[in-house]
Design a protein around this ligand. Structure first.
Ligand SMILES: [Zn+2]
Length: 285
């Protein structure tokens, strides 16, 4: 605690605040009292990374271990390989003026904040030897929650709340983070079917029509196709022009019409705007 206080005294953008909320390996900055159903946490908007850069910095302890820095950078590059977002070490990139970054530590457990927080945010790895546990934490920092908590999950799995102790039930509440796509039993963000259940019990059961997927849940030995595709969908395909922003614009320019790129004060919400008039009956998607 003393170390944390000293850290806060010398750093104007505290990486961790006293009232941060922890739910399993996910952390949230939060003001005020928690509501019982966590709705203000579970419905919050997740901020994406801006300017095409996912910035990180290693703590001195991590920096001195080349196996750790290499493992983190490999996992990051694999996640963002086909996106317009790049993994950037803020010290090497002379990006110190950019105040939003992940500070990578080895604190004895795996955890991460969800999406960009503004300022310095901690990401901790314990399992440095498993690249996909590192991927899991980085995907949290990119903006994703756990797959079994995505809004459509009740069509695919049953959460066996009767097998889950009360103090773990919050880990199974539905949330509105970036998990809106196809339900993905194979995701590196899915829980194992017995996670946080009472001994010899299950916490997650695939519905009968998806029984063959039961054994797929909770893997940490690869990224699924959807794991990668949904990051590309959100942060942009680098082969497509993205209006100078790091996430997909809401408007798809139509061939033959003229557009200008309009950036709001927040570069993550830029979008194409039709310039002048266009041919009639053009439908803007
Ligand atoms: Zn997690």
């Amino acid at each position: 605690m003393l170390a944390l206080l000293l850290c806060l005294m010398v750093d104007n953008s505290p990486a961790q605040q006293a009232d941060d909320v922890e739910i399993d390996d996910m952390r949230f900055r939060f003001d005020g009292a928690l509501d019982a159903d966590l709705s203000r946490i579970n419905q919050r908007e997740i901020l994406p990374w801006a300017n095409g850069r996912f910035l990180y910095e290693f703590s001195p302890q991590v920096q001195q271990d080349a196996e750790k820095t290499e493992a983190f950078e490999n996992a990051c590059k694999q996640l963002l390989a086909n996106t317009a977002l790049k993994c950037v070490n803020r010290l090497q990139a002379d990006a110190l003026s950019d105040r939003d970054y992940v500070y990578v530590v080895a604190k004895g457990s795996n955890y991460s904040y969800i999406g960009r927080q503004g300022g310095k945010q901690l990401l901790s790895i314990l399992n440095w030897n498993n690249p996909y546990k590192i991927s899991h934490e980085i995907k949290h920092a990119l903006g994703w929650g756990h797959e079994h908590q995505q809004p459509k999950r009740n069509q695919y799995v049953d959460i066996l709340f009767e097998n889950i102790p009360d103090d773990h039930k919050e880990r199974f509440y539905i949330n509105d983070y970036n998990n809106e796509g196809e339900y993905d039993f194979d995701s590196v963000m899915h829980y194992y079917p017995t996670d946080f259940a009472l001994p010899a019990q299950k916490s997650i059961q695939a519905k009968s029509e998806f029984q063959s997927y039961q054994s797929m849940m909770g893997q940490r030995d690869h990224l699924s196709e959807i794991d990668l595709l949904e990051i590309q969908e959100f942060y942009g395909d680098p082969t497509v022009e993205w209006c100078g922003i790091s996430r997909k614009p809401e408007i798809t320019p139509i061939s033959g019409c003229s557009y200008v790129c309009s950036l709001d004060s927040d570069p993550t919400i830029g979008n194409w705007v039709l310039e002048g008039t266009c041919n009639s009956e053009m439908e803007i998607l």
